[in-house]
Design a protein around this ligand. Structure first.
Ligand code: NAG
Ligand code: NAG
Ligand code: NAG
Ligand code: NAG
Ligand code: NAG
Ligand code: NAG
Ligand code: NAG
Ligand code: NAG
Ligand code: NAG
Ligand code: NAG
Length: 619
């Protein structure tokens, strides 16, 4: 009998200590200086505690899943305290986060509500009760995360930086920037036409994002399946509004401390308004190894607001107020400036691409415009305000930004790569060497073949003449002193086409018109700025006379250009390449690129990249 009593007593004692760990006593305190002390839920799936932000000296107070993945934060994601901060359950019934100086950083505002207990349950909910009633809970005051068993209703909001997530009474899920611009709005499937009474949004433990309402015949409506739905019974799924403005579902295994993304609202991160800050341009740099978007400035007329954080956006080096009346429009190909509700109402016009540019230039309130060029005939005129750009080669749009002074385009992406990694620089060198060797090899083989086949043919003379359209091997003593292209340009300006030609050709029947075209095209091809060089497609069009040839800018001498004296060997490589382009007549140039197995367009781009790399190397 007595032993039985003792056992009961012992059991009661153990049960009492177990519950006392989960129920937080009035006056209890956690301190940032001892992050190992936490308050756990009864079966240890969740705990409350301080955690260090990176390697900084700031701490956040969070509810975490076993392992350390946070699901709720006191305050918001930017609310932190120093190492002397504390989290207190005051006798007044308030939960309070204080920093080292004693200043209140966050407060549950539950004083005078008769709160008697605080507890953390096995679903991760921190609850304050006045005896039996719920007075406050972390599930009803979410920060940026929703976990299973938590219902999210129409009057709640998730926030992260400038972004917010709301659930509308119509069943729509919305993402907004600054509570204003709606950049994502997903409604119910039209076949699920229903007038909802009291809809609630939740993530089921098996990883299915669901809307619950009595109006649905089955009681629920499936918004999305995670890619691991119904797998892993000890996995926790949760939804989070991230600092980058995307709304994602994650999956985490108990104790792992890491979470895997299993669904995201927007698959294209660059569609998120303001992701790259004001005047920032979001793009996917196909040269970088990761698929994450990069943020840049529209041109060198702009500079980043914070050099250490490209997401903070850009500013003009010269404000447009300082050049009223003489402003110009910077042209940005394949760029659109994002416009969503409510902006779409006031900013959309039906005008063509030139009017889209000129109307903005002439209106003093307009700072940028986008011609969609997607068949809709629409143009957005952006007035003073936030400008969020998106660049993608598949976008048909052309955009314009008002600037002071001449446009200074960004260097092509290859330049950044050169500064980034040695391996890619090496790769480019390998490509360059292979291209040069292949070209030389081809010339040698073709030359050999001709010599073998045609040495006795009378046609040989005219065929070889094609390949010696411009004299280069035997440059006269006068031209020796200047770079060949500079000399050739001067002669061409004087109208002396014959002087540039191989002397053997001047006695033959030549179509001077065609020769002039070929020379003009070659001047375009040896432009120092890679962005000024035409694509191979354009070259063919110009040579065939389909496309008109503008007057090319004069080439620069090597020493007068941007090349440094110590890098002559590098620069001379460039001119070897360029000179070959000058030499190669119309068809042979494109066909020789094709023979090395690259499409004409790609090869033009590659060459652009290689030579611009060389430029950056020499700087
Ligand atoms: C917390 O625990 C870890 C190991 O579990 C230990 O290395 C660390 O010193 C502890 N920190 C404090 C402040 O007690
Ligand atoms: C505590 O917070 C107050 C106001 O929020 C701030 O002025 C003070 O610098 C903070 N003190 C510390 C030590 O972080
Ligand atoms: C607890 O709160 C509820 C609702 O706020 C109230 O009706 C009830 O009287 C309160 N109970 C106590 C013991 O304060
Ligand atoms: C803890 O309790 C919750 C709710 O009953 C349950 O879903 C979860 O699997 C439990 N976790 C562990 C580790 O026992
Ligand atoms: C949360 O869990 C409790 C206990 O298992 C259950 O009664 C309740 O229906 C759940 N709520 C939701 C929204 O899943
Ligand atoms: C986070 O909280 C602080 C103070 O509580 C507030 O100043 C700040 O605006 C909040 N940030 C967001 C994104 O809500
Ligand atoms: C709900 O979303 C749909 C698109 O899915 C949209 O057409 C509709 O206007 C939205 N409704 C509201 C009230 O935002
Ligand atoms: C709409 O919902 C119905 C039933 O829920 C489903 O069969 C259909 O495929 C859905 N349509 C779309 C476009 O999601
Ligand atoms: C929803 O309400 C509108 C008007 O209140 C009604 O016309 C419509 O038929 C209702 N739809 C359903 C599915 O009940
Ligand atoms: C950027 O970071 C460097 C080194 O981390 C620092 O020296 C510099 O002050 C930072 N610049 C800005 C604008 O924060």
């Amino acid at each position: 009998m007595k032993t039985q009593n003792l056992l009961v007593c012992l059991l009661l004692f153990f049960c009492a200590t177990a519950t006392s760990q989960t129920t937080i006593q009035l006056g209890a305190t956690l301190s940032a200086s001892n992050p190992n002390k936490t308050w756990s839920s009864p079966n240890n799936s969740f705990y409350i505690g301080f955690s260090q932000v990176g390697f900084s000296s700031s701490y956040t107070l969070t509810i975490n899943y076993n392992g350390g993945v946070p699901i709720w934060t006191a305050g918001n994601a930017t609310t932190t305290v120093d190492s002397k901060g504390s989290f207190q359950f005051l006798s007044s019934g308030n939960l309070r986060l204080l920093n080292g100086s004693g200043a209140i950083v966050w407060d549950s505002n539950t004083a005078r509500l008769g709160v008697t207990t605080a507890s953390l349950d096995d679903f991760g909910n921190l609850v304050l009760k006045n005896g039996t009633f719920f007075v406050w809970s972390s599930f009803d005051n979410p920060t940026d995360t929703i976990v299973p068993n938590q219902t999210f209703t129409v009057n709640q909001v998730l926030r992260s930086g400038s972004y917010s997530f709301r659930f509308l009474s119509t069943g729509n899920l919305t993402l907004r920037w600054n509570d204003n611009i709606v950049y994502w709005n997903k409604g119910l499937n039209s076949s699920a036409d229903a007038n909802l009474t009291s809809p609630a949004l939740g993530v089921q433990p098996n990883g299915i994002l669901t809307i619950f309402d009595v109006a649905f015949t089955s009681g629920s409506y499936i918004v999305a399946y995670s890619n691991d739905y119904a797998e892993g019974s000890t996995r926790l799924r949760f939804l989070r509004l991230e600092k980058d403005g995307n709304f994602r579902m994650y999956s985490t295994d108990i104790g792992s401390g890491t979470a895997t993304m299993v669904w995201s609202a927007l698959t294209d991160q660059c569609e998120i308004f303001g992701y790259c800050g004001n005047l920032g341009i979001c793009s996917y740099n196909d040269l970088s190894s990761s698929l994450s978007p990069t943020c840049g400035c529209p041109s060198e007329n702009f500079e980043p607001v914070d050099v250490n954080d490209s997401r903070q956006g850009c500013k003009r080096k010269v404000e447009i107020e300082s050049c009223v009346g003489s402003a110009t429009m910077l042209v940005l190909d394949n760029v659109k400036f994002l416009t969503y509700l409510p902006e779409t109402v006031s900013q959309v016009f039906f005008v063509g691409i030139s009017a889209c540019r000129l109307n903005c230039l002439s209106q003093s309130s307009c700072i940028a415009s986008t011609s969609l060029s997607d068949g809709t005939g629409l143009c957005y005129l952006k007035n003073q305000g936030f400008i969020s750009g998106y660049q993608n080669p598949v976008l048909p749009s052309t955009s314009y930004v008002k600037i002071c002074g001449p446009a200074r385009p960004n260097p092509p992406p290859g330049v950044q790569i050169a500064g980034k990694s040695k391996s890619s620089r090496l790769r480019v060198w390998v490509v360059l060497v292979v291209v040069v060797i292949t070209l030389l090899g081809l010339i040698a083989v073709e030359g050999g073949l001709w010599w073998w086949c045609c040495r006795n043919s009378p046609k040989f003379v005219s065929l070889s003449a094609q390949y010696a359209l411009l004299e280069y091997a035997s440059v006269s003593s006068e031209t020796n002193r200047k770079k060949f292209s500079v000399w050739a340009c001067e002669e061409f300006e004087k109208g002396d086409v014959n002087a540039i030609l191989d002397q053997r050709l001047t006695h033959q029947d030549l179509d001077l018109d065609q020769v002039t075209r070929a020379i003009q095209v070659s001047f375009w091809c040896i432009q120092e700025q890679p962005s000024q060089r035409p694509t191979m497609g354009k070259v063919v069009q110009m040579l065939e006379g389909i496309s008109e040839i503008e007057r090319p800018p004069a080439p620069k001498t090597i020493t007068g250009g941007s090349f440094g004296g110590s890098n002559v060997s590098v620069s001379s490589n460039v001119s070897t390449l360029s000179t070959f382009e000058v030499l190669a007549p119309a068809l042979s140039s494109s066909s020789s690129y094709q023979t090395i197995g690259i499409s004409p367009l790609a090869s033009a781009r590659n060459i652009e990249r290689t030579s611009s790399l060389l430029h950056s190397d020499s700087n």
